[in-house]
Ligand binder design. Structure first.
Ligand code: SAM
Length: 215
């Protein structure tokens, strides 16, 4: 998802009190930002933010951080928060390649990846958010009892991701290739893309995996 040329989007984000730009100064200090010791869960590639915003409203005792590469997309999420903003939600504009700049080891309890860009060409496989290179980054910032959750309708990306988590030593906890008709659907929160693709009849795949530290 890329909305090009939203004039002034960077300025809008800079003026917001819940948005940051690669906030390296907050590394290891997220509990100060939220003013509590509650666990921190992040969504990487949050798009317009429907999923993470709904989770934040549902679970006030968990802190949520949505990460998005493009200010033109993030500004849409911010617009939706104008009426009511949950106190336990923050948004960051940055490329997830730099994720270790903003979290110390073990600072994150859960990572959500939803409908990540598939990068279908083999030569771009490293850019997939479930590639070995990204899993290494997640391994560093996630607590040893932390969990990764991934949803997509793209079967090629899903099969790649199943292999990738196993190769990286993560423990595959559960998976389905038809989420909406599986027991894993309990408590499922739909994302914008999930709604769009499932309304076209595409089955949704989901996997959950535990940090390699868990044996
Ligand atoms: N998660 C949302 C959903 O399910 O509706 C949006 C899915 S959209 C296909 C993927 C999003 O991930 C885009 O908004 C894109 O800009 C963002 N993204 C892709 N690569 C990223 C990266 N390396 N770091 C941060 N965000 C990224």
């Amino acid at each position: 998802m890329r909305l090009r040329n939203v004039p002034g989007s960077r300025e809008t984000l800079a003026a917001s009190d819940c948005c940051y730009e690669t906030p390296a100064q907050l590394k290891g200090r997220w509990h100060e930002v939220f003013g509590n010791q509650n666990p921190v869960r992040i969504e990487i590639g949050m798009g317009k933010g429907r999923f993470i915003t709904q989770l934040a409203f549902q679970n006030p005792d968990i802190n949520y951080i949505g990460i998005e590469k493009y200010s033109s997309v993030l500004v849409r999420a911010l617009e939706k928060l104008e009426e009511e903003k949950p106190a336990n939600l923050r948004l960051i504009r940055m490329d997830a390649e730099e994720i270790e700049k903003i979290f110390v080891p073990g600072e994150v309890e859960r990572i959500y990846l939803n409908f990540s860009d598939p990068w279908p060409k083999d030569r771009h496989a490293k850019r997939r958010l479930t590639s070995g290179a990204f899993l290494k980054r997640y391994e560093h910032i996630l607590r040893p009892d932390g969990i990764l959750e991934f949803k997509t309708d793209n079967r090629m990306l899903f099969d790649f991701s199943l292999e990738s988590v196993k190769e990286a030593g993560w423990k595959l906890l559960d998976y389905t290739c038809d989420l909406h008709h599986s027991p894993m659907a309990e408590g499922n929160v739909m994302t914008e893309y999930e709604e769009k693709f499932s309304s076209r009849g595409n089955p949704i795949c989901k996997l959950t995996a535990a940090h390699p530290g868990v044996r």
